[in-house]
Design a protein around this ligand. Structure first.
Ligand SMILES: Cc1ncc(C[n+]2csc(CCOP(=O)(O)OP(=O)(O)O)c2C)c(N)n1
Ligand SMILES: [Mg+2]
Length: 662
């Protein structure tokens, strides 16, 4: 089948009609972008993209990322028209309504054909960088027969203007990700108006300077689009295609202006557009011959997919490839044995070092783990001995030098996890989690197993001072739904938390780890951290106090307990490495650890913001006590800071005695 421009034009108009009608029906949404990029997207799907609507998760499909997520009707139209089971026309009719999979912005967990959730501008492109990294890594590991595909992105002016764009394209250029192709909707319009209001940069020059190839085309000339996409496809470099388009193309009175970006066109303008486009079908009806053209191009991918299935059957590595793509961990209990041996010891190490020890056990056993750091490898202790660098010369390498690009790193990790076949982890200082916070949030929303190794987790980092000392970060990360925030207290808990992080395929994890050494507090018990919190020390004298602490403050809590016990006041110490997991336990267990007894004084100890700890201390004698830090830290050695800010038995015991005496 040769799709000549006269056949392609009505196909593109089908996207325009669906987009303007769905936005009108919802009385909200963004018609401008899908109408403007309809021609480019039609050429991409008709001539370049490798996909099979019957198998949306086929591992060797090209990845298509709509980075300009506000243009969601573009991808909903494309998926429906090419014959994916979802979304249905009914879903499209109910665009943006309760229960429809056609959400305001595309969500990877609602529709199998959507590779990633987009809407926060710039992150789709940055995740695509991760997908392209994953493709090269798996290609280097499993060969061309199993892994050989491209990652195509549609990005808008906003995606290119965001700061994360700089990080993402710098990384892609340095890593030489030639399989990454970005189609820029160069319409010179954003919400506020003409792009000249806010930008004057030479985008092509910036991309070229970052190691990219840059092409351009008239985004409404099918022949020219095909030429430019062909040049990009042939390039060995990551490529940007500037597609000069008119936003809202086809709406005669509104196209080209910023009003068409995010408002329904209105009945009169839609009628006028129907006239211009020669579109006579009723809303949500696609003329049979046009739908047939779309469906026949959708059916073309079947042959490529079946050829791939046949290659896979003959491939000796097929089993291992399928295991990794399914996200299943390798069998075996070697890691558990190694961790159990640590219980016998008495290791006083920083939890960042404990994490490195765990990684040196896990990374050889779990080959899909790909690590990295945003230029803090030696501080985050993220590199396992078995890992070689991931470079253009060796994409089989399993350690990524992300450079000082926290946001770009986190988004790339999301892309790798979404691609499948990889469990990404990456490090930076906990304080800079704020730099990548929205990507961490997207890990949680998209339900991916990305593991964040955030070290230097409190004033305990010492001399670098308040710019580097997290205060509110641990608690604020706990605010993000579907994110497990771990703050282990010693070597044993750190190993357990790593274990848990690997075993939650639909939930990302943060490991908040210390710079300073901590004593080993645990010498017995298996996987106690899995319950989120547990009684580490039991009261000997009559129990009047429960001390609840995390991370480095568990040691402090143990010291407080010893002083109280010496005075005949019984105190439990509860270590709470993961609030989220404790919350998921049944109430019988929760009450076993924290009995519902208002005669007991509950005391939280964490070297960070106290806001939130009331959840565990409110049911408590005299309202409970929250020991924390509700101000910025200071620059000094760690021990002095702990003393200065009251994280010592000497400072805490009198406060407890006072509370008990009321
Ligand atoms: C990080 C982020 N900031 C702001 C927004 C809100 N927003 C959505 S679309 C848009 C304008 C984007 O302009 P462009 O990419 O050129 O899209 P077009 O108007 O051409 O469709 C803005 C500011 C967002 N979605 N994400
Ligand atoms: Mg624009």
């Amino acid at each position: 089948m040769t799709l000549t421009p006269d056949r392609l034009a009505p196909m593109a108009n089908a996207i325009r009609a669906l987009s303007m009608d769905a936005v009108q029906a919802a009385n909200s949404g963004h018609p401008g972008m899908p109408m403007g990029m309809a021609d480019v997207a039609t050429v991409l799907f008709a001539k370049f993209l490798k996909f099979d609507p019957a198998a949306p998760k086929w591992p060797d499909r090209d990845r298509f990322v709509l980075s300009a997520g506000h243009g969601s009707m573009l991808i909903y139209s494309l998926l429906h028209l090419t014959g994916y089971a979802s979304p249905s026309m009914e879903d499209i009719r109910n665009f943006r309504q309760m229960g429809s999979v056609c959400a305001g912005h595309p969500e990877n967990f609602l529709i199998p054909g959507i590779e990633c959730t987009t809407g926060p501008l710039g992150q789709g492109l940055a995740m695509a960088v991760g997908m392209a990294m994953a493709e090269r890594h798996l290609n280097a590991t499993f060969g061309d027969a199993l892994v050989d595909h491209n990652t195509w992105v549609v990005a808008g002016d906003g995606c290119l203007m965001e700061g994360i764009n700089h990080e993402a394209i710098g990384l892609a250029g340095t890593l030489g990700l030639g399989r990454l192709k970005v189609l820029w909707d160069d319409n010179k319009i954003t919400i506020d108006g003409d792009t000249s209001l806010s930008t004057s940069e030479d985008i092509a020059a910036r991309y070229r300077a970052s190691g990219w190839d840059v092409f351009s085309c008239d985004g409404h000339d099918f022949v020219d689009i095909e030429r430019a996409l062909g040049e990009a496809a042939a390039s060995a470099k990551p490529s940007l295609v500037a597609c000069r388009t008119v936003i809202g193309k086809g709406a005669p009175n509104k196209q080209g202006g910023h009003d068409v970006h995010g408002s329904p066109l209105g009945d009169a303008e839609i009628a006028a557009a129907r006239g211009v486009l020669g579109w006579t079908a009723a809303p949500f009806e696609i003329p049979a011959e046009i739908l047939a053209d779309w469906r026949s191009l959708g059916a073309r991918g079947q042959a490529a997919r079946e050829a791939w299935e046949a290659r896979k059957l003959a491939d000796p590595q097929a089993g291992e490839f399928s295991r990794r793509m399914a996200g299943e961990l390798p069998e075996g209990d070697e890691a558990a044995k190694a961790f159990a041996a640590w219980l016998e010891g008495d290791a006083s190490v920083a939890t960042r070092k404990a994490s490195e020890n765990a990684l040196n056990v896990l990374a050889p056993l779990v080959p899909e783990m790909v690590g990295g750091s945003a230029d803090l490898t030696g501080s985050n202790n993220t590199k396992a001995k078995c890992q070689a660098p991931f470079t253009p010369a060796d994409y089989a390498g399993r350690y990524v030098y992300y450079g000082i690009r926290e946001f770009g790193m986190a988004a790339a990790m999301n892309g790798m996890a979404l691609h499948g076949g990889i469990i990404p982890y990456g490090g930076t200082f906990l304080i800079f989690s704020d730099y990548c916070r929205n990507a961490v949030r997207l890990s949680a929303l998209q339900q991916v197993r990305a593991i964040y190794v955030f070290t230097h987790d409190s004033i305990g980092l010492g001399e670098d001072g308040p710019t580097h000392q997290p205060v509110e970060q641990v608690m604020s990360l706990r605010l993000i739904p579907n994110l497990n925030v771990y703050r282990p207290a010693d070597l044993i808990e750190t190993a357990e938390c790593w274990n848990m992080a690997l075993q939650t395929p639909d939930t990302p994890s943060v490991l908040a780890l210390t710079r300073q050494n901590l004593p080993q507090l645990r010498t017995s018990g298996e996987m106690l951290s899995a319950r989120g919190a547990y009684t580490l020390r039991r009261a000997k004298a009559d129990r009047q106090v429960i001390l609840i602490a995390t991370g480095s403050e568990v040691e402090v809590a143990c010291n407080v307990r010893d002083v109280l016990e010496a005075q005949g006041i019984g105190a439990d110490v509860v270590s709470m490495p993961c609030m989220e997991l404790f919350h998921a336990q049944d109430s019988a267990y929760q009450h076993e650890v924290l009995p519902n007894d208002p005669s007991i004084l509950r005391v939280s100890i964490e070297a960070g913001t106290t806001l939130g700890w009331e959840r565990y201390t409110a049911v408590s004698r005299n309202g409970g006590l929250n020991i924390g830090l509700d101000r910025f830290g200071a620059s000094a050695p760690a021990k002095q800071l702990f003393a200065r800010f009251g994280f010592t038995a000497e400072a805490i015991v009198p406060r407890i005695l006072e509370k008990l005496s009321i």
